[in-house]
Design a protein around this ligand. Structure first.
Ligand code: SF4
Ligand code: SF4
Ligand code: SF4
Length: 365
């Protein structure tokens, strides 16, 4: 699939901007591609999901082998205060996002109209239209394809986790001790690679469906051009609102992903308003924070302040458009040349991202 702005052009733009040659405003590559109107979008009808996790298993079988194991011993991270994050001994974890698990299912009992309604919510990257994870990556490792897929190039990522910091759902997950930084200056830069759902990009590029879409026995997900999916989502949400005894004009209350973070290419439709789903998720996460253990528990007990990392289990509340904030956009413009230089640096010095068992490992994220 051709990219409107290739890495070479991006690099050239970044270098030109850094040298002060480019007098015209920098157009962010992702913004330009989001405007192309060719994004694929997924629609998840949560009424259909039975929580079987076939989608999770298929994703893991397909992509877990593409995420490399870390070197041993691991180099000390730089800066030293950066935590080492090693999930290689916990590849079986499937109830949250990890570098080895791009999709999980949130199992809920949602209180609604005096009843507890069972609901299952598959969660992974939302593939935002204007993703801060890609736009604000200081090393230019974030990519947005013409088809709307947002992914992280493991040949460029140094595992600094800026993408996770700026993602409203904290989706990308770090595996330390892997990636290009090992070939450059492991004691002076880097701490691994960030991984997340890439919407099965290598398969989609060949015209195939994402694995989680393909294997679902209930056809929970559909995929297609965003405009078409939005029309389907509206029709479905109007029906859900009506079934729920609400005005069909309230259909947007039953949709998630339409406007969150400025719009995404992952649209959920629920049988009840998303405010109730978000509250149930929050309650679920609070209940699973065991007393006396973990950051959340310590925070509840008045101890160390809880950091908003979500523990690989993202919430589902309202989300503002991160890139619409003027200071973030300014930061992106400042960082664009840095990203270009960084990409050039890694192209110059970086060896091919070596995988233990073959060529597919380089396509992990
Ligand atoms: S989306 Fe489909 S495969 Fe995944 S848990 Fe729901 S029903 Fe099962
Ligand atoms: S959900 Fe987060 S990681 Fe995914 S595209 Fe949006 S900002 Fe990036
Ligand atoms: S789209 Fe592909 S990579 Fe993403 S969650 Fe589904 S199976 Fe996994």
């Amino acid at each position: 699939m051709a990219k409107d702005i290739s890495r070479r052009n991006f690099l050239r733009g970044g270098l030109a901007a850094a040298a002060g040659v480019a007098a015209s405003p920098i157009i962010l590559p992702t913004a330009a591609q989001a405007a192309s109107g060719r994004e694929l979008c997924t629609l998840l009808d949560l009424s259909k999901c039975i929580g079987c996790e076939e989608c999770v298993s298929a994703c893991r079988e397909q992509w877990q082998p593409t995420v490399p194991d870390p070197v041993s011993p691991m180099p000390r991270p730089f800066p030293a205060k950066v935590p080492v994050q090693d999930w290689s001994g916990r590849k079986d974890v499937s109830d949250r996002l990890t570098p080895y698990n791009f999709l999980y299912v949130e199992h809920l009992d949602v209180p609604h109209k005096g009843q507890e309604i069972e609901l299952h919510v598959p969660r992974r990257c939302m593939h935002c239209l204007n993703p801060p994870c890609a736009d604000l990556c200081p090393f230019g490792a974030g990519r947005v394809e013409n088809n709307g897929v947002v992914h992280i190039d493991p040949e460029v990522c140094l595992g600094g986790a800026k993408c996770k910091t700026v993602c409203p759902w904290k989706i990308p997950q770090r595996q330390s001790g892997v990636g290009i930084y090992l070939d450059i200056m492991p004691e002076l830069a880097g701490n691994g690679v960030m991984f997340k759902c890439h919407r099965c990009l290598p398969l989609v590029e060949k015209g195939q469906q994402p694995r989680c879409v393909e294997v679902c026995p209930e056809q929970v997900q559909s995929i297609g051009p965003r405009e078409q999916i939005l029309a389907q989502a509206e029709a479905l949400a109007r029906a859900k609102a009506t079934e729920d005894g609400a005005s069909p004009d309230k259909w947007q209350d039953y949709v998630y992903g339409l406007t969150e973070n400025g719009g995404t290419t992952t649209i959920y439709v629920s049988p009840m308003p998303f405010a109730a789903v978000a509250a149930a998720i929050e309650q679920n996460h609070a209940a699973s924070a065991q007393p006396g253990r973990g950051r959340a528990a310590r925070a509840k007990q008045g101890g160390r302040k809880k950091k908003r990392g979500f523990g690989g289990r993202p919430p589902m509340g309202p989300v503002e458009d991160v890139m619409a904030k003027a200071d973030n956009l300014s930061l992106a413009l400042v960082l664009a040349p840095v990203a270009g230089l960084a990409a050039g640096f890694t192209r110059l010095f970086g060896k091919k991202f070596k995988a233990d068992d073959g060529d597919s490992k380089g396509e992990a994220a």
